[in-house]
Write a protein that binds this ligand. Sequence first.
Ligand SMILES: Nc1nc2c(ncn2[C@@H]2O[C@H](COP(=O)(O)OP(=O)(O)OP(=O)(O)O)[C@@H](O)[C@H]2O)c(=O)[nH]1
Ligand SMILES: [Mg+2]
Length: 354
Amino acid sequence: MMPEVTENVRLELVVAKIQPKLFSPFTDNGLEDIITELQHVLDQREVHIAVTGESGKGKSAFINAVCGLRPGDPEAAKEGFTEQTMEPKKYKHPSLPSVFLWDLPGAGTPTFEIAKYFKKVKFTEYHLIILIVGNRFTENDKLFVEKIRKIKQDFYVVRSKMDEHEQNDDHRCTADFDFMKLRQDLKLKVGEKKKDLYSREISELVKHLVGKKKTKLKGTISQLISYATDEGEGTTFIPGTTCAYNCDAVVEILLFYRWYMGLDDESINQLADKVGKSGEDLKAEVSDPLVFSINPNSVQNVLSSSTSLILYNLQSFLKPLTSVPKSSEIFSKLLESMIDVFAESAMSLTKKAA
Ligand SMILES: Nc1nc2c(ncn2[C@@H]2O[C@H](COP(=O)(O)OP(=O)(O)OP(=O)(O)O)[C@@H](O)[C@H]2O)c(=O)[nH]1
Ligand SMILES: [Mg+2]
């Protein structure tokens, strides 16, 4: 019995067969390099988080806890029972790159009476807000929530002094309660925020990086066309034309292109592992079903469907009517449009993965 040829082995054979037909070598690690580059850019983009709330509720203490600083440390935010923080001061998040926590003055004091506070502190200048409330949710806390909701800003409400409630001493422990969960949530939230805030830049960069792969693939069309239209064994004709092609060769070329764009199952799953998402979720970003069903049947369907001929006719309508389409012309159009489809799919998938 013949050993079963798995999808991966088949792809390796295809790549080994196509590579020698090309002038330059094609190495590939799917879309991982692109993701690494995007993450590098996103790591440098800033997110500013306002830590706000009534005076004395523990804003500075919260920042110290997040940053792993003890109240007396020289870099620590000043904590105390009397009004402490008078001017906004920023602290670099210890593990999230380019993320800053702003220790704001407290509201509800003679210096910062609540209405004045809302005028002075511009919440819209921050990307995310953390509202610190104490053991009781006060009328001022309610005003804070209303204000933040009004400007449609994302926010967390963090209850402080939980340990006091538990009648412990004033030594705060970040392993208790939901502190770790908040840390984890914040990491995800900041990631989403960055993608959101810098979405245009990401789109441009993805377009540019995938575009480089696209250009490289388009450069192979002229080298591969004779392979696709080789009238050897198993020649197939496009219905209604005299154009002949080697169906297996066309399938191989398309599988090779798809692999180079990082859209084969193995590459997608590897990428999914790297970014902690599911391969199926990434695949769902690809709208053209043809991308995941490259086989002799689908190729024949595409070629015999009137749309491909209409496409061809439209693109060549300036030519004299007498000119009969040549196999090579039809196939270079097919390969070109499939490269475009793969590139579009790679862009959507990359944006989801980033
Ligand atoms: N036990 C305990 N004490 C806390 C906690 N959070 C804050 N404190 C204490 O409460 C007091 C006020 O905390 P701060 O962090 O200075 O409060 P703040 O909101 O920054 O105050 P202002 O800067 O004046 O607006 C300080 O003595 C803190 O050490 C907590 O979770 N547990
Ligand atoms: Mg303070």
